[in-house]
Ligand binder design. Sequence first.
Ligand SMILES: C[S@@+](CC[C@H](N)C(=O)[O-])C[C@H]1O[C@@H](n2cnc3c(N)ncnc32)[C@H](O)[C@@H]1O
Length: 212
Amino acid sequence: MAAVMKLKTLQGHLQELSGFEKPKVQLEQYETPPHIAAIALYTMQTQYEALEGKLVLDAGCGPGALSFGAALLGAAVTAVDVDADALNVLQENKDDTDIANVDVVQCNFLGPSVCRWENYFDTVVMNPPFGTKNNAGIDLRFLRAGLDLSCDSVYSLHKSSTRTHIQKKIKEWGVKGTVIAELRYDLPATYKFHKQQSRDIAVDLWRVHHPC
Ligand SMILES: C[S@@+](CC[C@H](N)C(=O)[O-])C[C@H]1O[C@@H](n2cnc3c(N)ncnc32)[C@H](O)[C@@H]1O
């Protein structure tokens, strides 16, 4: 299945977006780098037809790299984040880019209000908090919540070091999951406690879905 635009063009659009203004460490706010977001979304569309013409939820959307990328590939997107400041940046990005197909909702993705969307979305995309800030396990709680809201598949980025643990959880939940891309994520020194300029970490793009 072809995508409505070339990978390079998609990446170019994502490079234009603004990032978090004052990233909040407790919410693990760092953007998905444009090349990672572009390749992840392009893979979802060209390999699985997961975006064009689909209802898509971006869980923990931040400034919106995954939301806008999915919208550019033809999805109708609902972008959710708990943080009003991040959503202000997303709104500015929306105004600057004229990408209309992104609706914004401020809510706690792990709270009870999201259950009204049970099985509503075709596709859920996310780069969840990795769970390294006294919030161990939040990545899997995001993944589980995404599965509840999707009637098809969830595409989620996770540190490769957690692969075995995720495999175990997926089995426990009785769902299917595969790593569909192995990526390297150049995490910039966003926070004061980062001693190096950037850290290169291995990241898996998972596709998880209910058994057919
Ligand atoms: C690693 S960042 C990813 C941002 C964006 N999706 C991207 O890919 O560039 C994780 C995001 O999850 C949001 N977040 C953390 N906990 C949340 C929660 N309980 N509900 C909704 N959003 C949350 C943070 O504010 C942050 O924007």
